[in-house]
Design a protein around this ligand. Structure first.
Ligand code: MLT
Length: 216
């Protein structure tokens, strides 16, 4: 574990960019019961040149790490979600200063609970993320003020057979992000809540296309 000085603290892992010319940093956000190492292999597949900052969620649900509290599955404690979203945003800014990575080139990769806090980050702190790959997201909250997500690119990867997330959720989230001026794509995989190879390939192709077209 490495500690970031001052500001909100998260147990986390930081890996510098393998290619010095690359100034993107992936923000890895694990699912319920996960840890900061879970998504490292995925980061390696999606964008191996980028640096990585991977925090572990600070909330414990019966010993399972999460990024915010829930009242029951799919029903979120909104007050806690808002507080934890700002803590995560401030942690990322603090980590950028500490590790000297570019805070304007953060790309989130979140799975399930991690995708939900990434979506909440975009809705409440639109300045933080440049892009996001959201695996199995839901609508985390409805912000009072519509954010301006102009220039932000988002890929939602949802499962047609997801046993936890109803299909209306990612569709509604995509609409909310689009109405806030983000550029949004949805990939529907044939699988359930767990990830399939096609989810990884779709995101890899999306990241490559965005980089090649200069949209990232
Ligand atoms: C959540 O609580 O964020 C969602 O229900 C996904 C999950 O973690 O199961």
């Amino acid at each position: 574990m490495t500690k970031s000085p001052k500001g909100p603290d998260f147990r986390h892992k930081y890996l510098p960019a393998r290619n010095e010319a690359c100034d993107y940093t992936l923000v890895l956000l694990h699912g319920t019961g996960g840890a900061e190492t879970d998504l490292l292999p995925l980061a390696d597949r999606l964008f191996p040149e980028a640096a990585v900052i991977s925090p572990r969620g600070n909330v414990s649900e019966h010993g399972m790490a999460r990024f915010f509290r829930r009242i029951e599955p799919g029903v979120f404690d909104i007050e806690d979600l808002i507080k934890r979203t700002h803590e995560l945003a401030d942690f990322l800014l603090c980590a950028a200063r500490n590790y000297k990575f570019n805070q304007n080139r953060l790309v989130a990769v979140g799975y399930s609970n991690g995708a939900n806090i990434a979506a909440s980050l975009m809705l409440l702190r639109p300045e933080i993320l440049r892009a996001a790959v959201l695996y199995r997201p839901m609508v985390p909250l409805c912000p009072i003020k519509k954010p301006n997500l102009d220039g932000v690119n988002v890929l939602l990867c949802s499962g047609k057979q997801d046993e936890i997330v109803a299909p209306e959720e990612p569709t509604r989230l995509a609409e909310m992000l689009h109405e806030s001026r983000a550029t949004v794509s949805i990939f529907w995989s044939e699988s359930g809540h767990g990830l399939a190879t096609s989810d990884i390939e779709a995101a890899k192709d999306w990241v490559t296309a965005k980089l090649n077209s200069g949209m990232l």
